[in-house]
Design a protein around this ligand. Structure first.
Ligand code: 13P
Length: 287
């Protein structure tokens, strides 16, 4: 059931658990995540970066695929189709394509410009029933060519953006996209606490979910994080499972080269990873 992410995240914040945003890249990813959410009776957010949207031939293709798959698989748990790290133009394209949620990443703009553009997009999104996420303090690492330094957000700026009426807020707390380097200092709970105090009941978003130790995830949820984004970890388990299949020579046995067989281990690996994260985040049976 395609819905905006507002209600599921308000419930998560109040119930002290988090909903996973899992980024999709193709049909296998989408099907694996939707089926796992249904099996776990968990709400879920399908994240689409601008790069992944382009890879799948555009946001219209993505929205059509997700809507049709949600229907044909008989998915009854709440599913939000969300633009991840959207540009200003990307947000409008996703609104037009039928997404149910957008993120406007204005974190690289001066705060005044971030405020102006966010205000406009909040109004448009809400008029059409979509939820909207904003970001303060760049998330570090590289995702689809967007490079951030991993700064910690200024709680006052978070309050300023939260007050514009966004539905959930990503605040940089030393998190980065991709695999964390060995010398990573961990999440800044001092920053998270200050942001949480500044924004009241606003559900907070933790980007860069890959590789954050379980105890830090639990602590972050206790401090207001209600949405956790995971992308790289699903890619890594998919690649590992596919490599094992080929290294074992299974693609050379019978019709093992059939993509439905070749991609099956990676598909199952994504399902297992998504289930593990839903259990960790506490969203199982919260649909
Ligand atoms: P990871 O790739 O580090 O899991 O980050 C995902 C993310 O934050 C998407 O916005």
């Amino acid at each position: 059931m395609l819905v905006s992410a507002t209600e599921m995240l308000q419930k998560a914040r109040a119930g002290k658990y988090a909903v996973g945003q899992f980024n999709i890249n193709n049909l296998e990813w989408t099907k694996a995540i939707l089926l796992t959410a249904q099996e776990c009776n968990s709400p879920v957010i399908l994240g689409v970066s601008e790069g992944a949207g382009k890879y799948m031939t555009g946001f219209e293709t993505v929205a059509a695929m997700v809507k049709a798959m949600d229907k044909s698989l008989g998915i009854t748990v709440p599913v939000a189709l969300h633009l991840d790290h959207g540009s200003y133009d990307g947000c409008y394209k996703c609104i037009k394509a039928g997404f149910t949620s957008i993120m406007f990443d204005g974190s690289h703009f001066p705060i005044e410009e971030n405020v102006a553009k966010t205000t406009e997009l909040v109004n448009v999104a809400h008029q059409l029933g979509l939820s909207i996420e904003a970001e303060v303090g760049a998330i570090g690492g590289e995702e689809d060519g967007v490079v951030g330094k991993g700064e910690c957000a200024d709680p006052n700026e978070c309050k300023q953006i939260a007050d514009l009426g966004v539905d959930f807020l990503a605040a940089g707390i030393g998190n980065i996209h991709g695999v964390y380097p060995d010398n990573w200092e961990g999440l800044s709970f001092e920053t998270l606490e200050a942001v949480n105090n500044a924004v009241g009941e606003m559900p907070l978003v933790l980007h860069g979910g890959t590789g954050i130790p379980d105890d830090m995830i639990t602590k972050a949820i206790s401090l207001g994080v209600a949405k956790i984004n995971v992308n790289t970890e699903c890619q890594l388990v998919f690649a590992d499972a596919t490599r094992s299949y080929i290294e074992a020579g299974k693609d050379k046995q019978g019709k093992g080269f059939d993509p439905r067989k070749l991609l099956a281990p990676g598909f199952e690996a994504i399902k297992a990873k998504v289930k593990e994260k839903m259990e960790l985040f506490g969203s199982v049976d919260k649909a």
